[in-house]
Design a protein. Structure first.
Length: 120
């Protein structure tokens, strides 16, 4: 049952990641990967909130492992960072790593803090 919940969450998260990434990136004329940053930060926020929520293992499997696991894309972050560095955009590559880690951790902490305050 757990594997099925993970698959259902991933089946929703992966297409949402792709559509969101493309929609965000289409609005920017920059080589910086804004779409990937957006989905990674959003997924981190949701995962932080989920960690603080009083939910059972089934919801954690569905939303945490399945949905957030497919929504966030750290392999794409790595690929895009290397692509930026290889095309001479080293400053953007460094900014991509720094923003992704700082904003991702900040979003997770924010999600955790908000749910903790609400369920307190």
């Amino acid at each position: 049952m757990t594997v099925l919940l993970i698959a259902i969450g991933a089946a929703i998260g992966a297409p949402l990641r792709y559509v969101t990434d493309r929609a965000v990136q289409a609005r920017h004329g920059s080589p910086f990967p804004w779409g990937t940053l957006a989905v990674n930060v959003a997924g981190s926020l949701l995962l932080g909130a989920l960690l603080a929520a009083p939910v059972g293992p089934a919801v954690t499997a569905l939303l945490g492992t399945g949905f957030c696991g497919a929504l966030t894309t750290w392999s794409t972050l790595s690929y895009e960072t290397l692509r930026l560095a290889r095309t001479g955009e080293r400053h953007l590559a460094y900014a991509n790593v720094a923003l992704s880690v700082i904003a991702g951790l900040g979003a997770a902490l924010l999600g955790y803090a908000v749910v903790t305050a609400l369920t307190g």
